[in-house]
Write a new protein. Structure first.
Length: 349
């Protein structure tokens, strides 16, 4: 008998990126359509690169000029150093001053190289590529507009739908057994529609949050789904069923057979002489339309699933074949009320 934990969940995109510009300029190309699936690295937007190309050429020219000055300063330093060592025609002060000039020009060249790299980086920023693979939302800016790096609005939003995550809550008392079973292996998770009738996707439990919400007494859990059919969408509400374990050798009966009274839970068990006996039972748990019995019944017994309100201890019943229903007015159980159709408990799994 599978044992599920149920909770209400909300679908959340695994990654959500708001794409913005890092440079200012005119938006000259928009290479995507709304709702399009894009891959990581695809070119999405082009900002006019011409001003940044000019800035790059200026930085390269400055670097070239300062490199020439550095080469000249190095040659002079070698000459001064040779004169000092060979003939003493040059003072030590002049050699040291020339060495300082070489160091200053090396610093200038490094600064120029950094300016060139910065200009190349800005030129790269003019071509905005997709940071992740996902689905593009509605376009927020049209071609021809001037965009700025300080703009608060994004150019577009990309959400990753494959895989996708679901955040759901469980009572805090259920978290310890979940953690214990997680340590033994992966726990399957099923997502159902809001009416709890349609199964949307099957995934696995990813993690448990690191704290419990004291206001609700619940803990948050995160599951991940492949979402190959795109049936899950961000911010969608779903019902979650977490398969905690499969309990084998369980005695299972239809939940409709369970009755409740002042003395607790009981069922009407059919006896070989076609009478019923009130049998107290202990329910381990109920899942959908089935209940697992901890004690009070054995798998080979027959229980009544309909019309129990007209029965009492020792009432006569008729065991009918569901394919050939009998006339209710002629049933032996008609003396005490409606006839019942006893149903045997399913064999243990």
């Amino acid at each position: 008998m599978p044992y599920y934990l149920t909770g209400l969940g909300s679908v959340s995109a695994f990654y959500t990126d708001s794409v913005k510009t890092r440079v200012d300029g005119e938006l000259v190309e928009v290479n995507f359509k709304e709702g399009q699936y894009v891959n990581k690295g695809d070119l999405l937007v082009v900002i006019d690169p011409r001003p940044y190309q000019v800035a790059l050429e200026q930085a390269q020219a400055t670097l070239f000029k300062d490199q020439a000055s550095l080469r000249d300063a190095k040659l002079n330093y070698e000459r001064y150093k040779g004169l000092l060592e060979n003939s003493g025609a040059m003072s030590q002060q002049q050699v040291d001053t020339q060495k300082a000039t070489v160091d200053q020009l090396e610093g200038t060249v490094r600064t120029d190289q950094a300016a060139v790299d910065s200009a190349k980086l800005n030129l790269t920023y003019c071509h905005i590529t997709s940071p992740i693979s996902g689905r593009v939302g509605l376009r927020l800016v049209d071609p021809g507009n001037i965009v700025h790096a300080t703009d608060t609005n994004a150019l577009l939003v990309i959400t990753q739908l494959q895989p996708i995550a679901v955040l759901f809550t469980l009572p805090e008392d259920q978290l310890p057994p979940v953690a214990q079973h997680m340590a033994k292996g992966t726990l399957p998770v099923e997502a159902y529609s809001r009416d709890d009738q349609t199964k949307l996707a099957t995934g696995k439990l990813l993690t448990i949050d690191n704290q419990i919400d004291q206001s609700t007494g619940t803990g948050r859990l995160k599951a991940v789904f492949d979402n190959k059919d795109n049936l899950l969408w961000p911010n969608q509400f779903v019902n979650i069923r977490l398969l905690l374990e499969v309990r084998k050798n369980s005695t299972v009966i239809p939940a409709a057979a369970i009755q409740r009274g002042p003395q607790g839970t009981y069922v009407f068990a059919a006896k070989p002489d076609h009478t019923v006996e009130i049998r107290p039972v202990t329910i381990a748990f109920t899942q959908d339309n089935l209940s697992t019995i901890a004690s009070g019944l054995t798998p080979d017994e027959v229980v009544v699933t309909d019309g129990q309100d007209k029965l009492q201890q020792g009432s006569q019943i008729e065991v009918r074949n569901p394919a050939a229903p009998a006339n209710r007015a002629q049933s032996p159980a008609a003396v005490s009320g409606s006839p019942t159709q006893p149903t045997s408990a399913p064999p243990a799994k």
